[in-house]
Design a protein around this ligand. Sequence first.
Ligand SMILES: *[C@@H]1O[C@H](CO)[C@@H](O)[C@H](O)[C@H]1NC(C)=O
Ligand SMILES: *[C@@H]1O[C@H](CO)[C@@H](O)[C@H](O)[C@H]1NC(C)=O
Ligand SMILES: *[C@@H]1O[C@H](CO)[C@@H](O)[C@H](O)[C@H]1NC(C)=O
Ligand SMILES: *[C@@H]1O[C@H](CO)[C@@H](O)[C@H](O)[C@H]1NC(C)=O
Ligand SMILES: *[C@@H]1O[C@H](CO)[C@@H](O)[C@H](O)[C@H]1NC(C)=O
Ligand SMILES: *[C@@H]1O[C@H](CO)[C@@H](O)[C@H](O)[C@H]1NC(C)=O
Ligand SMILES: *[C@@H]1O[C@H](CO)[C@@H](O)[C@H](O)[C@H]1NC(C)=O
Ligand SMILES: *[C@@H]1O[C@H](CO)[C@@H](O)[C@H](O)[C@H]1NC(C)=O
Ligand SMILES: *[C@@H]1O[C@H](CO)[C@@H](O)[C@H](O)[C@H]1NC(C)=O
Length: 370
Amino acid sequence: MRYSFTLGAAAFAFATAAPVTSPSNSSIWVTEVPTSVRPYAIQHYLAGGCVVGQQIYRFPVTGPSSDYAFSLIQTNAPGSTALGVLPHLHEVHYENFFNFRGRFQLWTDKYDDQNTRVLLPGDYGAVPHNTTHTFQILDPDTEMLGVIQPGGFENLFYALSSGNYSSTTLSPYDPSANASSDSAAGPSASLIATLEGFDVYAQPDFSPRYDAINGTAPSNTTWHTGSNALATDAYTPYFVAKDYGPKYLNSQNGYQVIQPFVTATQSASNFTLSTITTDRVSSNTTVPTRTFVGHAAFEVLEGQLQVEMLGEKLSLLQGDVVFIPRNTSYIYYSEVAYTKFMHVGQGGEGLDSALIAAGESWDSPVWPTS
Ligand SMILES: *[C@@H]1O[C@H](CO)[C@@H](O)[C@H](O)[C@H]1NC(C)=O
Ligand SMILES: *[C@@H]1O[C@H](CO)[C@@H](O)[C@H](O)[C@H]1NC(C)=O
Ligand SMILES: *[C@@H]1O[C@H](CO)[C@@H](O)[C@H](O)[C@H]1NC(C)=O
Ligand SMILES: *[C@@H]1O[C@H](CO)[C@@H](O)[C@H](O)[C@H]1NC(C)=O
Ligand SMILES: *[C@@H]1O[C@H](CO)[C@@H](O)[C@H](O)[C@H]1NC(C)=O
Ligand SMILES: *[C@@H]1O[C@H](CO)[C@@H](O)[C@H](O)[C@H]1NC(C)=O
Ligand SMILES: *[C@@H]1O[C@H](CO)[C@@H](O)[C@H](O)[C@H]1NC(C)=O
Ligand SMILES: *[C@@H]1O[C@H](CO)[C@@H](O)[C@H](O)[C@H]1NC(C)=O
Ligand SMILES: *[C@@H]1O[C@H](CO)[C@@H](O)[C@H](O)[C@H]1NC(C)=O
C-alpha cells in the first residue's frame, strides 16, 4: 500500500506503512495515562481508575494528559435500583453521556423542563452547564462513556472514591461489590454538599420523573421513532438516539459518515464531539495527512482503526483510545469493512468539522454501495 504524506510544503510517499507496534515496543502505546501532554494510545480497561460504590471510573484522557482540554471517562457498573449519583449540576463543566454498552437512564432539568431518556448503546445525551442531572445504571454490564469539558473533572471521582481500582484480570467492575443502596447511590447528600470546590452543586429538591414510556418523557418527545435535532444554542440539554441525529457523507478518500453530537454551535466553539464511521481503505486511496490546532482523542466503538503518527502504526480495537496532541500530523484509516469511532476535538474546528465541511448532508448511517 502507498500512503502519501504531506508535511509542511514537502510531499513524501512511503512504499510501506509504518511498523505496527504494540505496548511492548512502542513509544506511543502506554499502560498508564501520561501526566503531561504527549501522543499516546491506551487499550481498553488499562487506564487507571477508582471505585465509587459499585461503579468503576476509568480516565483514558485526563486534565493533565490533555492540558485540561477535556477528560474522557469510562464508567462500568452493574444495574442498580438506585440513582447512580444524587441530582446535581455543574457551573463550568459541560458533560456528555454516551452509551458504550448496556443500558442506563439519564435525567436533565433546565428552565423547568425535565426530560428523561433510557439510553441504548450508541445513544447520546448533552448536559450543558447549569443543567440539573442524574442517571441510573439499568443493565448488568453497562459502560457509559463520558466526555467532560474542560478537563480535570476526574479529581471529583478520586475525592469520592473508596480507593483506586485494580484487577489482575482487567474485569470491567467488581462483581462481588455490595449492592447496598448506600454505596450504589454514591456520595451522601451531606458529602455532596461539600463538593462545590469540584464544581458539583447538589440539587436535593430535584425529583426524577418515572413516567417514561418507550424510554422517554415527556410524551411529546421523539426517541428511536424519528429524527433528533441538536440544540440551536450552547445552553439547552438534548438527546440524540443512535443514527437519528444529523448525518453527513464525506467521499473524499473512500466513504465516511459523520454524525455530530456537539458542533461549535452547541459548545460555543469549546469542543466538538461526533462519531465517524469509515469504510475499508482501498489500495488506490491516498490517505491524507491531518493536522489540527486543537487536541483530539478517538475511542474506537466498532471495527479496527489504524492510526499512524510519529513513524508508528497503531491498531486500535473497541474501547481503545488514542490521544493526538494539537499540531501532530497523523493519518487514520480502516483495514476492515466497517469501523466506527468517537471523535472528541478541542475548540470548534476538528477533524469532524473538516469532514462535514467537505461532505454533504446525508440521510443514512451507512455509505453508498459503490
Ligand atoms: C511490536 O510487537 C508486536 C507484538 O509483539 C509485533 O507484532 C511487531 O512486529 C513489533 N513491532 C516492531 C516494530 O518491533
Ligand atoms: C452557570 O450558573 C452560574 C451561576 O448562576 C453562572 O455564574 C454561570 O455563568 C453559568 N454558566 C453558564 C455557562 O451559563
Ligand atoms: C490513585 O490514582 C491516582 C491517579 O493515578 C493517584 O494520584 C493516587 O495516588 C492513587 N491513590 C492511591 C491510594 O494509590
Ligand atoms: C460487602 O458487605 C459485607 C458486609 O458489610 C462486607 O463484609 C464485605 O467486605 C463487603 N464486600 C465488598 C466487596 O465490599
Ligand atoms: C410504545 O411502543 C409500542 C411498541 O412500539 C407502541 O405500540 C406504543 O404506541 C408506544 N407508546 C407510546 C406512548 O408511544
Ligand atoms: C413538551 O411539553 C413540555 C411540557 O410538558 C413543554 O415544556 C415542551 O416545550 C414541549 N416540547 C415540545 C418539543 O413540544
Ligand atoms: C467555553 O469555554 C470558556 C473558557 O473555558 C468558558 O468561559 C465558557 O463558559 C464556555 N462556554 C460554553 C458555552 O461552553
Ligand atoms: C480503486 O479501487 C477500487 C477497488 O478497490 C476500484 O473499484 C476503483 O475503480 C479504483 N479507483 C481508481 C481511480 O483506480
Ligand atoms: C506546529 O508544528 C510545526 C512543525 O513541527 C511548527 O513549525 C509550528 O511552530 C507548530 N505550531 C504550533 C502552533 O505549535
